[in-house]
Design a protein around this ligand. Structure first.
Ligand SMILES: [Zn+2]
Length: 273
C-alpha cells in the first residue's frame, strides 16, 4: 500500500488527481487528512455487502447464543452513535467461530467479529474499543480511499466505473482486497498508519459517546501486546506498533473522556469462554 510505504508519493498523487479529477473526488477526514475518493457511497455499500456475503459463505458462523448476544449488545450500543450519513438502518453483526484474533467492519453496515478476539477483550468496554476502531475505518471512508489509491496507481487515472462495470469473480477479489479482506478469505490486510491512528481516535470517541469507558481502549492494546509476546495474533500483524497506538490513545483520552456519559452505560455481559 502506497500510503504506508511512500507517503510522499501518495500525497503527490493526491494533489495531482485532485487537479485532474476535480474537487468532487476530494474531501477531508475528521482529523484533517486530505482524501481522494473515486467511488460513490452506493458503490462502496454494494461492494461491502457482496464481500460480507462471501465471508459468510466461507467462514464458520458461531451459533453460540450467549456469545452472539454479547457481541450484538456491544455493537448495537456503538452503532447507535454512528452518523446516519454513514449508514442509515440496522447494522448486520456476525460472529465467526475462529481462533483468529480479528474483527472488521465494512461499508453498508456490516460487522464481523471472530471468537478469537473475545479472549483478548476482557469485558464490554474492551470489545467496544475493537468495534469502535473498526467502525471508525468505515466512518472515515478508509476503504474508499484505499480502493481509489489502488485504482490510481495500478491504472493511472482509469475511471473507477470500469471496475464497477463487470461483476466476475476476479472483480469480487479486487473489491475484497480494497475493503481489506484480502485475497484469501478471512485474512485482513493492513491499513496504512494514518488510517489506523485515525480509526483509533474516532473509535475512542465513539465508544465514549456510547457509554463505554474510553480508557478501556488502552488496556485492550496492552492485552494485545502481552499476547503478542507468545504468538503475534493476526490483528497485531496487520496493525501497526502497539506502543505508538497506546501513546496516541493516552494522549487523546482527556478529549474522549469529555464525551463519556456514564448515564447510558450499556449492560452487555461477557459469557464464560
Ligand atoms: Zn484498523
Amino acid at each position: 500500500m502506497i500510503s504506508k510505504s511512500n507517503p510522499f508519493k501518495f500525497s503527490l498523487i493526491t494533489a495531482m488527481c485532485c487537479a485532474v479529477i476535480g474537487l468532487s473526488a476530494c474531501s477531508t477526514s475528521s482529523t484533517g487528512r486530505h482524501q481522494v475518493m473515486l467511488f460513490s457511497e452506493t458503490e462502496l455499500n454494494k461492494m461491502g455487502s457482496s464481500s460480507f456475503d462471501e465471508m459468510k459463505k466461507k467462514e464458520k458462523i458461531s451459533s453460540n447464543k450467549a456469545i452472539n448476544n454479547f457481541v450484538q449488545c456491544v455493537a448495537n450500543a456503538v452503532t447507535k452513535n454512528v452518523p446516519k450519513s454513514v449508514h442509515n438502518g440496522a447494522w448486520e453483526v456476525v460472529v465467526f467461530d475462529s481462533k483468529q484474533v480479528n474483527a472488521f467492519a465494512l461499508p453498508g453496515g456490516k460487522i464481523g467479529v471472530y471468537t478469537g478476539i473475545l479472549k483478548v477483550t476482557e469485558d464490554q468496554h474492551q470489545l467496544a474499543a475493537i468495534i469502535g476502531h473498526e467502525v471508525g475505518h468505515v466512518i472515515e471512508h478508509h476503504s474508499n480511499e484505499r480502493m481509489s489509491s489502488n485504482q490510481l496507481t495500478q491504472t493511472g487515472l482509469k475511471l473507477a466505473g470500469t471496475l464497477m462495470a463487470s461483476q466476475d469473480v476476479e472483480n469480487q477479489k479486487v473489491w475484497m482486497a480494497g475493503l481489506g479482506l484480502g485475497l484469501q478469505y478471512g485474512v485482513l490486510m493492513p491499513y496504512g498508519r494514518s488510517h489506523e491512528s485515525e480509526a483509533d481516535i474516532v473509535g475512542q470517541d465513539l465508544m465514549a459517546k456510547s457509554g463505554f469507558k474510553p480508557e478501556a481502549s488502552i488496556q485492550l492494546w496492552k492485552n494485545m501486546a502481552s499476547l503478542s509476546k507468545e504468538s503475534p495474533p493476526e490483528f497485531m500483524s496487520t496493525h501497526p506498533s502497539n506502543k505508538t497506538r497506546i501513546k496516541q490513545l493516552t494522549a487523546h483520552l482527556s478529549k474522549s473522556k469529555a464525551l463519556h456519559k456514564t448515564s447510558n452505560t450499556p449492560n452487555c455481559k461477557k459469557p464464560k469462554m
